[in-house]
Write a protein that binds this ligand. Structure first.
Ligand SMILES: NC(=O)c1ccc[n+]([C@@H]2O[C@H](COP(=O)([O-])OP(=O)(O)OC[C@H]3O[C@@H](n4cnc5c(N)ncnc54)[C@H](O)[C@@H]3O)[C@@H](O)[C@H]2O)c1
Length: 380
């Protein structure tokens, strides 16, 4: 199978590496020649590093690199069976590109987008044959992250998602199928990890470092929410939150926070700019967590109840199967356990009590429990 990849940035070149390593012929097209040559050298570096680390034989690395061609024009995509688009996140630009792709590729070529925040339906709508358009959402860095979300649009032909799922598995990835709704699985279900942590911080219940400590030591997460947001960058993380909130017609459950918006506005993006929730400049004072196990447990219980609620609601609304939700959260954001399994372990009546307590205290819709949890408790 020959695949065309459009956009040679972080995602496009990562996806090219995945496919070339799985033995497929790949052609990368980018409108910017300097981006293309940068991708060429970064791909060579990536394969060289794998050889240095003893993870790949020299001749195998050369073979993989030899599977990748580079094209400065869209005509380079002629003869491909699949296109994966990974250009700038702009609907009008993507729609224009999809129209142009159809003029170059065969009628049965599958057209995929790696968009994180746009609806697949809106991209497919630009095509003469929208039934062949689908979302194939990789995570960054694509060669390392196992999870791939597959998103059929309303226009996508029945059965295509399953076909694409088999291809993605053959590339050594873990595919899950999800509905074309904002944030798909991971960027939807993970929102409370950040937003509830910020809410706790804004209320003064605990500072960032104490919340982070609670989530890593008591919760078992690899990184606390503030360290993770500073690592991802508030330019990226805030924009995702805002986009999910807007796309859900301003559902308060996804409301962004002003503290993060101010960091974003100030250009305090986190680690990469030296300031975020933490100060990374040389000599900056290191904050120390409050070592209060009761407080830390309270923090974990509250954030976890919100995360489990979001996951249960995704199941309630048939966004994905329970199995795919569990794979997505453990492989896409490395949570220590699947959230539904965690709900079983904590007990659904306990989760419901926690959510109802928050709801009655704040009188905010943000804390409404999913009917899935209410039904589950009623059945017990
Ligand atoms: N970076 C991430 O963490 C991440 C994760 C998952 C999905 N995504 C999505 O993947 C896509 C690409 O993201 P990225 O971070 O790799 O972007 P990037 O800015 O690193 O790269 C985009 C590339 O596309 C090229 N390009 C722009 N318009 C083009 C056009 N009309 N035709 C051909 N080439 C064009 C640019 O020259 C650039 O090299 C976006 O839709 C993004 O939302 C990003």
């Amino acid at each position: 199978m020959k695949t065309g990849i459009i956009g040679s940035g972080a995602m496009g070149s990562g996806i090219a590496q995945v496919l070339a390593s799985a033995g497929h012929q790949v052609v990368i097209f980018d409108a910017n020649p300097s981006a293309l040559s940068k991708a060429q050298s970064s791909l060579k570096n990536s394969f060289d590093k794998l050889v240095e680390k003893g993870k790949l034989a020299t001749d195998k690395a050369q073979e993989c690199l030899g599977n990748i061609q580079f094209s400065e024009t869209i005509d380079g995509l002629q003869g491909v069976h699949l296109v994966i688009e990974a250009i700038v996140e702009d609907l009008a630009v993507k729609q224009h590109l999809f129209k142009n792709i159809e003029a170059v590729v065969a009628e049965d070529c599958i057209l995929a987008t790696n968009t994180s925040s746009l609806s697949i339906a809106s991209i497919a709508a630009a095509c003469a044959r929208p039934e062949r358009v689908i979302g194939i959402h990789f995570f960054n860095p694509a060669p390392i992250m196992a999870l791939v979300e597959i998103i059929p649009a309303v226009q996508t032909r029945v059965g295509l998602a399953e076909e694409v799922k088999a291809w993605v598995s053959s590339w050594g990835k873990l595919p899950v199928i999800t509905k074309d709704t904002p944030g798909f699985i991971v960027n939807r279900v993970a929102r409370p990890f950040y937003s509830e942590a910020i809410r706790i911080y804004e209320e003064g219940m605990a500072d960032c470092v104490t919340i982070d400590r609670a989530m890593t030591s008591v919760g078992g997460f690899k990184m606390g929410p503030f360290t993770l947001m500073d690592f991802i960058g508030h330019d990226v993380n805030y924009r995702v939150t805002e986009s999910v909130f807007n796309s859900f017609f301003y559902d308060p459950r996804f409301k962004p926070s002003l503290s993060q918006k101010r960091l974003f506005e100030a250009g305090y993006y986190g680690k990469k700019t030296g300031r975020g929730f933490y100060n990374y400049t040389d000599g900056a004072e290191q904050m120390k967590p409050v070592e209060d196990t009761i407080l830390q447990q309270k923090i974990v219980n509250r954030i976890l109840a919100m995360l489990i609620n979001e996951c249960a609601d995704a199941l309630f609304l048939h966004i994905a199967t329970r199995e795919d939700l569990e794979i997505a959260m453990t492989k896409g954001v490395n949570y220590p356990k699947g959230l539904m399994a965690w709900g079983d372990e904590i007990g659904w009546a306990n989760i419901l009590q926690q959510l109802d307590d928050l709801y009655h205290y704040y009188h905010e819709d943000r804390y409404r429990a999913s009917p899935w949890i209410r039904n589950k408790v009623a059945e017990q």
